[in-house]
Design a protein around this ligand. Structure first.
Ligand code: HEM
Length: 346
């Protein structure tokens, strides 16, 4: 549950944006937009984008989030993940939110997403509230970015200024989602390559993986590690033995594929640095989590150690990397549209 401090902090972030824009607005061209649809000439994202057109946008997002997370604490994790799965497929354009249409198959059906992604109804509620208060103004892509920050802060993690002004795509791409969202079987080398394709480096990879400090995974996402990591009926040697046995009790060798277990069993609802501490002890849940400390990449291993030692360092970098991930190929200016309903193009 969100503490008063966390809510105040989110309110503070939104108030500082309003204050700074008043200063910035006295005669200088800062390039922030007015959030009023097409035909404008702004070409970059700005935290102040909705300061005039929908100053209450973040407050609406946070109040819906508080309610949703109080009813279902895992929802914070599910919503944070949506922004990642959006941004890695044709940029942060809310393509992930589109339902099937005559023109395309939705990304919701892609392998990493089907039977796994959650939180679409919460986004619908936020969008409906925003449409009531500021019609056709706040894009679904920006909602995902604000939601990712809100979910992080309400779980006890860091806040950051969210650059805004993304517009929404008119189409989704399931095949691209299958190709670009990293599956949990990638080696460190392939993880690095996957992130590099998106303009993200090794520091971003290790910091953003720290999102696995909250939420859960289904057995199907890590079962091979327990019973036959290399097709040889042996468990993954990088899994600590007691943890391996605990996981086997949750995930039998046959059946139970949809059983779930926390990614960070020590503090599954709290956004903290225990994820890295667990990895140091061979208790990363996914193969990809443990690959960050596989010994093959000294830089990754060093980062895992640093974040395990210093939560503040992790929080700082997580915030920076979230901003970086959130600016992957946004649709700007008159490209794309502001959807009225996040599930379909206008
Ligand atoms: C580094 C590459 C990554 C891989 C291979 C990966 C893979 C996965 C997998 C397999 C699951 C469990 C899905 C299931 O079993 O249904 C998961 C859950 C999750 N992922 Fe990742 N992930 C990665 C990076 C990220 C990033 C960058 C973020 C966010 C910034 C993120 C946020 C989450 C969250 C919060 C959950 C829990 C969701 C819930 O409980 O509903 N992941 N991830």
């Amino acid at each position: 549950m969100a503490s008063k401090m966390q809510v105040l902090f989110l309110a503070f972030l939104s108030m500082t944006s309003s204050f700074i824009v008043c200063q910035a607005n006295s005669g200088y061209g800062y390039g922030f937009g007015w959030g009023s649809g097409g035909g404008n000439n702004y070409n970059s994202l700005s935290p102040y984008f909705y300061d005039f057109s929908c100053p209450q946008a973040n407050d609406i997002v946070v109040s819906v989030l508080e309610n949703a997370i109080s009813q279902d604490p895992r929802m914070a994790a599910s919503l944070l993940r949506l922004h990642f799965h959006d941004c890695f497929v044709q940029g942060c354009d809310a393509s992930i939110l589109l339902d099937d249409s005559a023109a395309f198959v939705s990304e919701k059906r892609a392998k990493p997403n089907v039977n796994s992604l959650r939180g679409f109804t919460v986004i619908d509620i936020i969008k409906a509230r925003l449409e009531e208060e500021c019609p056709e103004t706040v894009s679904c892509a920006d909602i995902l970015a604000l939601v990712a920050r809100g979910a992080t802060v309400l779980s006890g993690g860091p806040g950051w200024e969210v650059p805004l002004g993304r517009r929404d795509s008119k189409a989704a791409n399931m095949l691209l989602a299958n190709a670009t969202i990293p599956p949990p079987i990638l080696t460190a080398q392939k993880l690095i390559a996957s992130f590099k394709q998106q303009g993200l480096d090794e520091v971003d990879l290790v910091a953003l993986s720290g999102a696995h400090t909250i939420g859960v995974a289904r057995c199907t996402s890590f079962k091979a590690r327990l019973y036959s990591q290399n097709g040889n009926s042996e468990a993954d040697v990088s899994l600590e033995k007691a943890y391996l046995n605990e996981l086997k009790s949750v995930c039998p060798s046959s059946g139970g594929d949809n059983n779930i277990t926390p990614l960070d069993y020590a503090s599954p609802r709290s956004f903290d640095n225990t994820y890295y501490k667990l990895i140091l002890g061979g208790r990363g849940l996914l193969f990809t989590d443990q690959q960050l400390y596989s010994g093959n990449y000294a830089t990754l291993a060093q980062l895992v150690k640093s974040y395990a030692d210093d939560e503040g360092l992790f929080f700082d970098q997580f915030a920076k990397s979230m901003v970086k991930m959130g600016t992957i190929s946004p649709l700007l200016g008159s490209n794309g549209e502001v959807r009225k309903n996040c599930r379909r193009a206008n």
